[in-house]
Design a protein around this ligand. Structure first.
Ligand code: SDX
Length: 432
């Protein structure tokens, strides 16, 4: 726990209020206002919580000014390695350190033994419209896990939590693949217990009965890397939604379903779909990148450069940098070319030297290049945010665990500034 290291004074109504100041591991400072309302009937106003620390966390560190992202202290760049391993990173985020081989094998075994859906859940899944939004299906199915896995509603020790986490991570992959297959009118391809997490997902997505999809090493590595880069991002909108629901002592499934629903928003995880739609419309319309940049700067034009800008990064999102070079690597190996990548590169080149973007510190974020990689794998645009959720799930579980087991954790219940009617009276209908 970071200790009080400093103090601050708030002067109001000619009264000095002494406040303690916490200092985090990286020197960031936070003024403790936890007794401001109790002692002084004062609140602070911060509607998007961009200036408010809602927790102490040891999972992920971001320095937005310097474009730094670390999972459990490890710089994100170090996970861009020859054989990236999403499940290893998932374990580290949830349990606080890199697993040894025995721990990783044990976790893998639980994932493998729980990759099928309960037949009752599958029956419910089959009642959903085949063209339902995939994020609506995912959110509903994660909530439904509370109906079919009631043994994981109370998670009071790490062993049970590991079981719940593995089931969620494994079954979300199956739900995603089955959602795609059903939308395409294709038969389900069941998971192969002899395949690793990402290869198995691609197998379930693209194999046919009696015709196994050949998962290339490059694609398996690229998918591991994409999921790793999405795995956590400290107190982003969806992680905070998970924490808020968790703080009411709601179960892990209910909290992660809330995370899915927050991620769905186009300003958050839904941006990867909007980026692809934007690039595709530019390509199909034959628009010049210069004209798109102009439109994005025009306040009277609703067009935004999706995949650009970030609440925290006021520098290049380190994940976007890694994804951009992963596109180059994969495309070179697959001898693949995608005109949308050329458009994305051109937009980035123009934006990074345009005062509108430079002055507002708007740089490519994780969503700007992720969709191009997913598309190269044959994953359809409407599944992109589901892929983001698959990656983010270990982060939500880690945030839930930290919130649930935090000493003295209370229900998260913000205050408000009331700007409504002063006290008034009920008016009978005949007098209205
Ligand atoms: C994710 O929080 C996380 O960590 C999220 C995430 C994660 O891993 O969980 O990183 C994942 O959600 C990435 C962000 C995905 N969203 C998008 O790509 C949507 C496009 N980006 C924007 O909507 C916006 O940049 C946000 C929502 C991401 C950030 O919003 P801010 O910080 O509140 O910025 P803002 O909306 O207040 O904009 C500040 C200025 C405005 O102009 P002015 O009023 O100063 O004239 O920048 C402009 C905005 O109009 N601006 C953009 C822009 N983003 C901001 N102008 C054109 N195109 C854009 N994309």
């Amino acid at each position: 726990m970071s200790e009080f290291s400093d103090s601050a004074k708030l002067l109001i109504d000619n009264q000095e209020i002494d406040l303690d100041v916490y200092t985090g591991v990286e020197g960031e400072r936070s003024i403790d206002i936890t007794s401001l309302y109790k002692d002084h009937q004062l609140t602070t106003y911060d509607p998007s919580l961009g200036n408010t620390a809602i927790c102490r966390s040891s999972i992920t560190y971001i320095d937005g000014e310097r474009g730094v992202l670390r999972y459990r202290g490890i710089p994100i760049e170090q996970f861009d390695r020859p054989k990236p391993n999403f499940i290893e990173v998932a374990w580290a985020l949830i349990f606080g350190r890199l697993p040894d081989q025995e721990e990783l094998d044990q976790f893998r075994e639980i994932l493998t033994n729980n990759e099928l859906l309960h037949e009752g859940m599958l029956g419910q899944f089959m009642t959903l419209p085949v063209d339902a939004p995939p994020m609506a299906i995912l959110s509903a199915m994660i909530s439904m896990m509370a109906c079919y896995h009631k043994e994981f509603l109370l998670l009071e020790d790490e062993k049970i939590l590991m079981g719940a986490a593995a089931r969620l991570i494994s079954k979300v992959r199956t739900i995603a693949a089955f959602t795609y297959r059903r939308s395409m009118g294709l038969p389900f391809i069941y998971p192969d217990p002899n395949m690793r997490y990402c290869a198995n997902f691609l197998h379930m997505m693209f194999s046919l009965p009696y015709k196994q999809f050949a998962v290339s090493e490059e694609m398996e590595d690229a998918l591991n890397l994409i999921l790793i880069l999405h795995a956590d991002h400290e107190q982003n909108c969806s992680a905070s939604a998970v924490r808020v629901v968790c703080s009411a002592q709601a179960n892990l499934f209910a909290s992660c379903s809330a995370g899915v629903n927050a991620l769905w928003g186009p300003l958050h995880g839904g941006a990867n779909v909007k980026v692809m739609e934007m690039l595709e419309s530019i390509y199909r319309g034959g628009y010049r990148a210069e004209d798109c940049i102009k439109a994005a700067k025009d306040r009277n034009n609703p067009f935004r450069l999706f995949g650009f800008g970030h609440r925290v990064y006021r520098n290049y999102d380190p994940r976007a940098k890694i994804l951009k070079s992963a596109c180059d690597r994969l495309f070179n190996k697959l001898k693949h070319n995608d005109p949308l990548l050329d458009i994305a590169r051109k937009l980035e080149e123009l934006a990074l030297k345009d005062p509108y973007f430079v002055d507002r510190k708007l740089y490519p974020n994780v969503d700007f290049y992720s969709g191009i990689l997913l598309r190269a794998m044959g994953i359809p645009t409407n599944m992109f945010t589901v892929m983001f959720a698959m990656g983010r799930l270990p982060g939500w579980i880690a945030q839930w665990k930290e919130q649930h087991f935090a000493d003295g954790a209370k229900i998260i219940r913000p205050r408000q500034l009331y700007v409504g009617n002063p006290k008034s009276n009920y008016i009978e209908m005949e007098r209205r």
